[in-house]
Ligand binder design. Structure first.
Ligand code: HEC
Ligand code: HEC
Length: 197
């Protein structure tokens, strides 16, 4: 099923390149195929990146968000000069090294907000994918470091073990099992890390 759709899309793309001329050489078809495969894999990764568990810490504004409806953090808090809270009220004052079930405060090592350069809210899949690969917006990471961050970072991993909220309800983890997500990220990088348009 997937394979058929994939083949059909390649054929459509080749048509887009101008038909017979493009079909004679294999290079443009390979490029289109690689790009399609990369975009297909990225769109799976994108489902995780845009889940509230990730977006709540990658906001475009001055405040973290909470919950699946991504409401402004309560009690009110701003990112401050170093994305770890305003002077005197640091994230770590409430957020510990691990989730704290009794209070519903989530926790993980070095809990703080992603810098504004890594704001992901409202980005299209293509925009977010390119921001992820751009050293100016991803913390000067090369592809290898980005893959390592996505597959091994502790704040990222929290998205799979998000604990319970202050109403003692289980927070929804990001979609796609962790091992499968890591496999997809590696496959995407190996296929050339193409982005959707
Ligand atoms: C507690 C807040 C927090 C949560 C939750 C969080 N992040 Fe981040 N994220 C950060 C911070 C802080 C940085 C910057 C760290 C750095 O550059 O060393 C960052 C940076 C990143 C980066 C590297 C920069 C870039 O744009 O490529 C990626 C990738 C990333 N996060 C992915 C995720 C994913 C995926 C999730 C959800 C599964 C997630 N994050 C959840 C705080 C968070
Ligand atoms: C005064 C205590 C306090 C401070 C300071 C604080 N938080 Fe929180 N935070 C909470 C509580 C309580 C919750 C849990 C609310 C709930 O889910 O019911 C929470 C939840 C969150 C969540 C929600 C996770 C999710 O996906 O639902 C994020 C993200 C977050 N905080 C980030 C931050 C960041 C970043 C800082 C520092 C800039 C910070 N917090 C400072 C108390 C605090």
């Amino acid at each position: 099923m997937l394979r058929l759709n994939f083949a059909a899309a390649v054929v459509m793309l080749m048509g887009g390149f101008g038909g017979p001329a493009a079909a004679q050489t294999s290079a443009p078809a390979m490029t289109a195929e690689t790009k399609l495969e990369g975009a297909r894999l990225y769109l799976q990764i994108h489902q995780v990146l845009t889940h509230p568990r990730c977006l709540n810490c990658h906001p475009k504004g001055d405040s973290p968000k909470q919950g699946n409806d991504r409401h402004i953090h309560s009690p009110p808090i701003t990112r401050g000069p170093h994305d770890d809270g305003p002077l005197g009220v640091q994230c770590a004052a409430c957020h510990q090294q691990a989730n704290y079930a009794a209070s519903g405060v989530p926790g993980a090592s070095n809990w703080h907000l992603a810098p504004i350069s890594m704001a992901w809210e409202d980005k299209t899949p293509g925009e977010l994918c390119r921001a992820l690969l751009d050293p100016r917006t991803n913390g000067k990471r090369d592809l290898k470091a980005t893959v390592r961050h996505l597959t091994q970072d502790k704040l990222v991993a929290w998205g799979w073990e998000p604990g319970t909220d202050s109403d003692r309800r289980q927070r929804e983890p990001v979609p796609i099992a962790k091992a499968e997500f890591n496999r997809i990220v590696n496959a995407w990088a190996k296929a050339g890390a193409a982005c959707p348009d």
